[in-house]
Ligand binder design. Sequence first.
Ligand SMILES: *[C@@H]1O[C@H](CO)[C@@H](O)[C@H](O)[C@H]1NC(C)=O
Ligand SMILES: *[C@@H]1O[C@H](CO)[C@@H](O)[C@H](O)[C@H]1NC(C)=O
Length: 526
Amino acid sequence: MKLLLILLISLGTVNTGKVLVYSPSISRSHLISNGRIADALVDAGHEVVMFIPEYEPLTEFTGTKKAKVITLRNFKHILATRYADFDDFGKLMLTISRVGFMERLEFENTMADMCDDLMKRRVDLEQLRDFQFDVAFSEQIDLCGVGVIRYLGIKNHLWISTTPIMDNVAYNLGIPSPSSYVPTIEDNDNSDRMNFWQRAFNLYMSTGTQIVNLLATDKTTEVFRKYVPDFPCVREIAANSSLCFVNSDEVLDLQRPTITKTIYVGGLGVSNETKPLDEKFSKIMSKGKEGVVIVSLGSIVPFGDFPEPAKQGVLEAIKEMSDYHFLIKIAKKDETTKTLITGIPNIDLVAWLPQVDLLSHPRLKLFVMHGGINGLVETALKAVPQVIIPIFADQQRNGRMAERRGIGKVLSKLEVGKKNFKESVLTVLKTPSYKKNAIRIAKMMREKPFTPEDRLVRWTNFAIDHGVLEEFHVEGSRLSGIVYYNLDVMFVVFVVFSFFLWVLVYVFKFLLRVIRLDVSREKKNN
Ligand SMILES: *[C@@H]1O[C@H](CO)[C@@H](O)[C@H](O)[C@H]1NC(C)=O
Ligand SMILES: *[C@@H]1O[C@H](CO)[C@@H](O)[C@H](O)[C@H]1NC(C)=O
């Protein structure tokens, strides 16, 4: 049997290719998802280089454990200087409901400036040319990667949407996104069921997002044209991507139209094996009469960033839920929260936790999280019910997605306080349907045909074997708005219809006159 397998593998189209993964160090979660892709491809036998332009100062963490890493360090850190108060980013995000379009545009412009900085150092990119990559991956956070890959002469681009299909990905690839039931990704607190006002808001968000996308990508194209005069528009290069790997799961995600290029790979690299916990965490997990609740809001906005009253409220609520033990992840330097918990016996604070292993623990009853897609997919895979406190980016939408599947409940970040926190946590803990749904969803995610690794590897091999997958290009990605929406056809129909209507009215009026004339003539004759 084993021999047969080995024979099959060596006879089959198991090929090794050279793969580039372009992954700017914009945030830890993006490095994690890009790193998982790189690692899965290394496991499949490919030679993978993860190229990390250091948009933000890089720690030793690169997201990949297996791929060769090439970093481009010592940028001027426009990002860091322009957002000098970046440390207060979390505090800001917890006081405003969403980021405005002007701020988004400013961020996009900063990214284009980063791209310019990168291209100024294009001699450092030459080392990548020597690898002669077969395919190159880049993600949707900006289109600089798309441009760099073209600049390096790599023809076969594979796109990554690090969130559920991002709006700019959908727009550029020509994936239909009817705004009546497909909520935009960023800062949009809607699911696929929207009332009149929600649909109006979604239409507004989708229009604004598209305008920001057009302006931002034009700016990125300009950057490349500074160095290569006839460089194509980066949107057109992106539209020609052979495939797009989407960091989401189709069982969990809101249903929406997709195209052949969109391959869902959410859950990639999340082990289904249960690793034993170390002594510290085993001990924590044994506490609490009814079980343990974890509170972890991600790496960008830690728990300590909540305003004082909200934080106090949460801690008081926890004190009252004494049947449960709470494990809260805080920032390393967060001394305030450490002081605040004195006298509350059912809390442990940690600066790091083995999330996937804890999620597998049978005594874990609930995960209170921010709704980042990686954490959400991991939690769903482990059948743990959730309370989601969305903070920014795709998190609000992701929260509604978990609600739609009946595996979690959203608590608005602006309404976090003693009463609301306690109510949300107890609702999910005490309503059996959450756990029941979580078990069903997890089982479906695990047992659906083909694992995320299978899909990633087999489709990547396919792209390596066949080159640019032109056959998958969607014509809609190349049409102007007028043609896409058939506005020209509708205009002609309108003109023709109006003409006929006019003729009809004219004929009718004419007949009316003739009849009147007849009648008056008869009267005269009488
Ligand atoms: C995109 O692909 C088409 C062929 O399908 C090709 O004609 C066009 O030049 C490509 N555009 C870019 C920017 O590479
Ligand atoms: C984990 O997944 C692999 C393959 O996807 C499977 O062979 C294995 O049995 C699974 N293990 C558990 C504990 O479910």
